[in-house]
Design a protein around this ligand. Structure first.
Ligand SMILES: Nc1ncnc2c1ncn2[C@@H]1O[C@H](COP(=O)(O)OP(=O)(O)OP(=O)(O)O)[C@@H](O)[C@H]1O
Length: 674
């Protein structure tokens, strides 16, 4: 393949003289080189084809695509050819190196804002171009933003590395993992409905944080943890306190990119019009501010590598952290989805560790976002919507949408367990108790997580949509256990709100709120809830924000009791009229508490490894090396499901406590009014 440039770059290895290494990727190393006939310095990316699963034609196609791209901010290959078992991609030499290497060498705490604005604007221009031509970059990160000696910024690695190490045809791989976990958009992780250009916008937002802080959010964690944190936590962002040095425009720009719902992210074109990019400067500004004074690229690269090696030798834990880090840098495109490795990596990081780096940001960020809600047009428009009546009623929805990011919606499974049918009498009859509970519970973890969930195909979804919401717990569970999932259509789509929506609703109504009353009653006889400011909590091995778990749009039915100026007579009248409701709620709470206790017990029982138990067979299954990419995907999904079960168990315990508290309050109120 040759580029459209005027010069003819030779297609023979002997015409190039390889010099020092200036970078490395998954299975590639990059060298400075001389093109002898043209007497031109170039960079050559050397890919070892023996380490790739892909076929040569696929690679050739991708490199060809790369050559057709023609934009000042996209690094275009001069040519590529194979030599022995290697593929050489000849590119312009970018003497400034990548932003990642510049950061590592001299800006460990990140760049100043004008530098970031300049780098990001140029990168964004590249994305606008790629998107307009139907390409998704899929690996936007500081390591792929390169600078030449004049301060020109180019986005690199388009279409090569990701395709090289995908075990499949990249053309059809919009439903496969590609990218690097820290930079990866939630919808890419989910692998549910595929993804589009907006995935690049998310990665762009993460890259902005990387340039600002010197590292990407969650960069110290192993891949599985990054996945969970990205899916479960509030999106990362610039922090109000820690990031005081940055402008509101910058914070807001990052915020618009890092919205979990891709539909709510701006297109790259729209983003380019954001006021933040007005701070961008010309290329020579980058030369003056960050490039001048840097050692030559090869030397810089060597120093970085030897520093890393020293660090590794000195400190085992640092070494382990570095290994984790390398996993991110390598990217999920090269991710060996070996669950044992992942477990080992995850085990290196204690839960306590999690609390001291990124997480505090979340609390602060929530506050910040409350303060700044007016800044983001997208977020503001979400927030402008007052909670509707509908929003107040359906707990299940909020819980479900908080886990919507899981490939296999665990809440759908648990909904069946919790749903108290309108006919409470039925729900309390002994028929559906212990035996069914254990029976269905065990199956839930086996068939559900491996069989039906792994094969949640469109047909099954459709079939599931034809079933109605279970009125009772266990009969319906049997349905689920036999392979179907509880239908999504059971829940009104308009009630499924995005994280952004939820964030905004909570911002606007940040009163105390407790999830209580009829937890899983889907109907409007839902009576009471209080509110609680969003916060981040440990949920077993990872953290969950209450923002993601609380219902939204609260209407407090007990306003008369919360004090105020009611006269004694009106208070009495109100009391008389609502006492029956209180009593009914108390009853419901008691029943719910029992339900929750039972469920916790069952989850705990099914979580304990017992020889011959279904749990054991899941583990065995997980430990069997995956034979196909699909198996690998399924294994990861099973693991995510298990994680979500742990998380839900924690959440159930919490709800149980809250219910107890509420019950006490109600008892106190009832006695007072008696
Ligand atoms: N044309 C170039 N000029 C100068 N340095 C380059 C050039 N291309 C790549 N590099 C350096 O080599 C490093 C590795 O390049 P490569 O394209 O393999 O990166 P990567 O994105 O990390 O790979 P992967 O995504 O496959 O892990 C880059 O981060 C950059 O520092």
């Amino acid at each position: 393949m040759e580029s459209g440039s005027e010069k003819k770059f030779p297609l023979n290895a002997k015409d190039y003289k390889l010099h020092e290494e200036i970078g490395d990727g998954v299975s590639a190393t990059v060298h400075r080189a001389l093109c002898i006939p043209l007497n031109e310095v170039v960079a050559i990316k050397v890919l070892d084809l023996e380490k790739c699963n892909n076929d040569l034609d696929g690679i050739r196609r991708e490199v060809q695509t790369m050559s057709l791209i023609n934009h000042p901010n996209v690094l275009q290959a001069h040519c590529s050819f194979t030599t022995g078992h290697q593929l050489w991609v000849v590119m312009p030499y970018m003497a400034g190196g990548s932003c990642l290497h510049i950061i590592k060498s001299s800006y460990q705490d990140g760049f100043e804002e004008p530098v970031i604005a300049t780098l990001l604007r140029e990168t964004l221009k590249a994305l606008v171009y790629l998107h307009a031509h139907g390409h998704i970059h899929r690996d936007v990160k500081a390591g792929n933003i390169l600078l030449d000696s004049n301060g020109a910024v180019k986005l690199a690695d388009f279409g090569v590395s990701a395709c090289m190490f995908d075990t499949g045809d990249r053309q059809r791989s919009r439903n496969t993992f590609v990218g690097t976990p820290c930079w990866m958009a939630p919808e890419v992780m989910q692998q549910l409905h595929g993804y589009d250009f907006k995935a690049d916008v998310w990665s762009f937002g993460i890259t902005a944080l990387e340039l600002a802080h010197g590292h990407a959010p969650f960069s110290k964690y192993p891949p599985m943890k990054v996945l969970l944190m990205t899916l479960q936590n509030a999106p990362p962002g610039l922090d109000y306190e820690r990031d005081k040095r940055f402008s509101k425009a910058f914070k807001e720009m990052v915020g618009t990119c890092l919205v979990k719902d891709p539909k709510k992210r701006p297109t790259s074109e729209k983003l380019l019009k954001h006021p933040f990019f007005k701070h961008a400067r010309p290329a020579d500004y980058l030369v003056r501010t960050i490039l001048n004074g840097l050692p030559p690229l090869g030397e810089r690269y060597r120093t970085i590598k030897s520093k890393e090696a020293d660090l590794l030798m000195q400190n085992k834990s640092e070494y382990e952290a570095h290994l984790s880090q390398q996993e991110y840098i390598r990217g999920i495109s090269a991710w060996n989805f070996n669950l044992e490795d992942l477990k080992n990596q995850a085990a290196l990081i204690s839960d306590d560790d999690s609390s001291h780096t990124e997480e505090p940001d979340f609390n602060r960020k929530q506050c910040e976002r409350q303060d700044e809600s007016a800044l983001s047009p997208e977020r503001a428009s979400s927030s402008a919507t007052a909670p509707s009546q509908d929003d107040e009623l359906n707990d299940i929805h909020d819980l479900e949408s908080s886990f919507a990011s899981f490939p296999i919606k665990p809440l759908q499974a648990l909904k069946g367990c919790f749903d108290v049918s309108e006919d409470e009498d039925n729900a309390t009859t002994p028929d559906w108790k212990d035996a069914n509970l254990m029976n269905s519970g065990q199956q839930l973890l086996t068939k559900a997580s491996i069989g039906s969930l792994a094969h949640t195909t469109k047909e099954e979804d459709t079939a599931a949509q034809n079933t109605s919401l279970p009125r009772q717990v266990f009969p319906e569970q049997k349905k689920y256990l036999s392979g179907s999932v509880i239908p999504e259509s059971t829940f009104s789509p308009k009630r499924i709100t995005s994280d952004a929506d939820r964030e905004f609703q909570q911002r606007r109504f940040p009163t105390d709120r407790t999830l209580s009353g009829s937890l899983y009653r889907p109907k409007r006889d839902y009576v009471e809830e209080t509110t609680e400011a969003p916060h981040v909590e440990h949920k077993g091995r990872f953290k969950v924000t209450s923002a993601d778990l609380s219902p939204k749009g609260s209407t407090n039915s007990f306003t008369p009791f919360s004090g105020g100026s009611s006269s004694p007579s009106s208070l009495n009248a109100t009391t008389a009229s609502i006492l029956p409701s209180i009593q009914s709620i108390l009853q419901q709470n008691a029943m719910q508490r029992d339900e929750i206790l039972r469920l916790i017990k069952y989850v705990e029982q099914t979580s304990v490894k017992q020889p011959g138990s279904p749990e054991t067979s899941i583990d065995e299954l997980l430990q069997t090396p995956p034979a196909t990419p699909r198996e690998r995907e399924l294994q990861s999904q099973v693991m995510l499901l298990q994680q979500s079960f742990w998380s839900l168990t924690e959440e159930l315990k919490k709800q149980k406590q809250k219910n107890g508290q509420l019950e006490n309050q109600l008892n106190a109120l009832t006695h007072r009014n008696d």
